[in-house]
Design a protein around this ligand. Structure first.
Ligand code: DUC
Ligand code: ZN
Ligand code: ZN
Ligand code: ZN
Length: 472
C-alpha cells in the first residue's frame, strides 16, 4: 500500500517546508518537493491513496511519554484500558504512548513488567512502550535492572511521594541512581516530599479541611521544589541523568534551570493541566467539583504565576517536553471515594486525547512556535526515550506515523463532543481549540480521517527503545 500526502506544509522541530510525503507500507519512503516525479512518473497517479493536505500541517505523530492505562491506584484502577486509552490517543493525533509498568515492594521487577505486557498486548490502537516503575528498591530489584535495556526499557521511575505505596527513601534513590549511571538508564523522578505532605494532610483533615482544594494546600510548591532539588543533588553525586516528571511549580523549574546552567544532565516535563488549569479556578471549584482536578503534583496558584512560568520554561528549554500523565478516573465510584476526605480522591486527570490540540493552542496564542510544538510533543520525546529516527520525525525510513493538522479547523472538547476517553467527565470540558486533527496515520495505516475512526486493537506494537539520546 502506498500513500501520498500532498500539498501540505511539513513541520519539523527545526523548520517547515512545502512537501509531499510518500508512504510505502509502514514507513516513509520520501519527502519530496511539490509536484515531484519519480523516474518520470507522476507520483499522484501511481499511488494507491492520495491524502490532500492543502493548507494543512503535516507533522510527526504525537508521542505521549507519560500515561497510566489501567493503573491500580487509590483503591481503584485508572478507567482507560490500553484499548480505550490508545483509541482516544489516536483520535487526538498521538501515535505512540509510553506507559509505566509497575513493580511494588516485595514483587519481582520481571513479574511487574510481564503483567504490563499482558495488559497491553493485542489491545493497543497505537504503538506503545514502557518505562519501569521501581516501587521497591532492594537487592533483587537493583539486580533486575541489569536486564531492562535488553527488554527495550531504558528508563525507570522512582517516587519521592506516596509513602507505603511506591515511595523510595534517599538511600534507595541513591542506590538506584548509582545503578542507572552504570547502565545508562534514564532516572525519572516523581519529585514531591511524600512524608512531609502526609503530615500536612493529617493536620488539614483534623481541622475539618476535607475539600479537594486542600489536596493542593497539602502538596505545597515547597514540597515539589525541595524534592526536585534533592533529586538533582543525588543525580549530581551519582552522575545519573535525571528526568523530572510532571513539573508544576515555578520554583521546581528554577531548580532545573540552576542544574542545567552548571551543565548537569537534568530534564523536565510538564503537562497540559499545569499550563491551563489552576488551584483557584479548578481544584477550588465549588462543592466536590474540584475532585475532577485532583492530580499529583497538584494544580498550582495562578496568582503565584506558575502557569506562565511553565510556558516560559518550554520556551527557554528549561522544560523539554509535554506529556499528559494521563491517569483517568470517573467521578462516579472513583473520584467520589474522596467525598469528605480529599486524600482518598484517586489522583489523576485524563488528557491523552487532547495533548496535541491543547499544545497547538499555545501556537495560536503565541506562547510557542509551530516548530516548538512539534519538538515538545513528538521529536524530543522520541530522542529522550530512545525512539528517534523511527519516531518523532518525518523522514525517509521513519515509521509512517503522521498527523495532518488543520489550522483552520476547530475542536470543541468535552463529553458528547470529541471525548473518547473512558471517563464520565472531562477536565477539559468547554475548551475550544483553533485547530483540528484531520488525519492520523500509524505505521502507514489510516486510523482517523474525516470519515471517522478506522483503528483496531492490536494494530499498535510494542516499541523496544534504545538508550536516551540525551545521555552524555
Ligand atoms: N500522579 C497522578 O496524578 N496520578 C497517578 C500517579 C501520580 O503520580
Ligand atoms: Zn508521578
Ligand atoms: Zn504519572
Ligand atoms: Zn476536520
Amino acid at each position: 500500500m502506498t500513500t501520498l500526502i500532498t500539498g501540505g506544509t511539513v513541520v519539523s522541530a527545526t523548520g517547515r517546508t512545502q512537501a509531499d510525503v510518500l508512504v510505502d507500507g509502514e514507513t516513509i519512503a520520501a519527502v519530496l518537493s511539490p509536484g515531484s516525479t519519480l523516474l518520470g512518473h507522476d507520483l499522484a497517479v501511481g499511488v494507491d491513496r492520495v491524502i490532500d493536505a492543502t493548507g494543512k500541517y503535516v507533522v510527526p505523530g504525537g508521542i505521549d511519554a507519560h500515561t497510566h492505562m489501567e493503573l491500580p491506584f487509590g483503591g481503584t484502577a485508572a478507567s482507560d484500558t490500553f484499548e480505550t486509552g490508545t483509541r482516544a490517543a489516536a483520535w487526538g493525533g498521538t501515535t505512540t504512548i509510553v506507559d509505566f509498568a509497575v513493580q511494588r515492594a516485595g514483587e519481582r521487577v520481571q513479574d511487574g513488567l510481564a503483567a504490563w505486557h499482558a495488559k497491553a498486548a493485542g489491545q493497543c490502537a497505537v504503538d506503545y512502550s514502557f518505562h519501569q516503575i521501581i516501587g521497591g528498591v532492594d537487592a533483587d530489584s537493583l539486580a533486575a535492572m541489569d536486564s531492562l535495556v535488553d527488554e527495550g526499557i531504558t528508563s525507570f521511575k522512582l517516587f519521592m511521594a506516596y509513602p507505603g505505596v511506591f515511595y523510595s527513601d534517599d538511600a534507595q534513590i541513591l542506590r538506584a541512581m548509582q545503578k542507572s549511571a552504570d547502565l545508562g538508564l534514564l532516572t525519572m523522578m516523581h519529585a514531591e516530599n511524600g512524608p512531609a505532605i502526609d503530615v500536612l494532610v493529617e493536620q488539614l483533615l483534623a481541622q475539618g479541611k476535607t475539600d479537594p482544594y486542600y489536596h493542593g494546600v497539602a502538596r505545597a510548591w515547597q514540597m515539589e521544589a525541595e524534592a526536585t532539588h534533592r533529586a538533582i543533588m543525588l543525580g549530581h553525586l551519582t552522575g545519573a541523568p535525571l528526568y523530572v516528571v510532571h513539573v508544576s511549580a515555578k520554583q521546581a523549574v528554577e531548580q532545573l534551570a540552576i542544574a542545567r546552567d552548571r551543565g548537569q544532565n537534568v530534564f523536565g516535563e510538564t503537562c497540559p493541566q499545569y499550563l491551563y488549569l489552576s488551584l483557584e479556578e479548578h481544584l477550588g471549584a465549588p462543592g466536590f467539583e474540584g475532585a475532577k482536578y485532583v492530580c499529583s503534583t497538584p494544580l498550582r496558584s495562578r496568582a503565584e504565576g506558575h502557569q506562565d512560568h511553565m510556558w516560559q520554561g518550554l520556551r527557554t528549554n528549561d522544560l523539554q517536553m509535554v506529556s499528559t500523565d494521563h491517569c483517568p478516573f470517573c467521578m462516579k465510584g472513583q473520584k467520589e471515594l474522596g467525598v469528605g476526605d480529599f486524600s482518598k480522591i484517586p489522583n489523576g486527570i485524563g488528557s491523552v486525547e487532547h495533548r496535541m490540540d491543547l499544545m497547538y493552542q499555545g501556537v495560536v496564542t503565541g506562547e510557542i512556535t509551530l516548530e516548538r510544538w512539534v519538538e515538545i510533543t513528538s521529536t524530543t520525546p522520541a530522542r529522550m526515550f530512545g525512539m528517534y529516527g523511527r519516531k518523532g520525525v518525518i523522514a525517509p525510513g521513519a515509521d509512517a506515523d503522521v498527523v495532518v493538522y488543520d489550522p483552520q479547523g476547530h475542536t470543541s472538547i468535552g463529553l458528547g463532543k470529541t471525548h473518547h476517553m473512558s471517563m464520565d467527565h472531562s477536565a477539559w470540558e468547554g475548551f475550544e481549540i483553533d485547530g483540528h486533527v484531520d488525519v492520523v496515520l500509524s505505521r502507514g495505516s489510516v486510523l482517523v480521517d474525516e470519515a471517522g475512526y478506522h483503528g483496531r486493537p492490536g494494530h499498535g506494537q510494542f516499541v523496544k527503545r534504545g538508550l536516551s539520546q540525551y545521555l552524555i
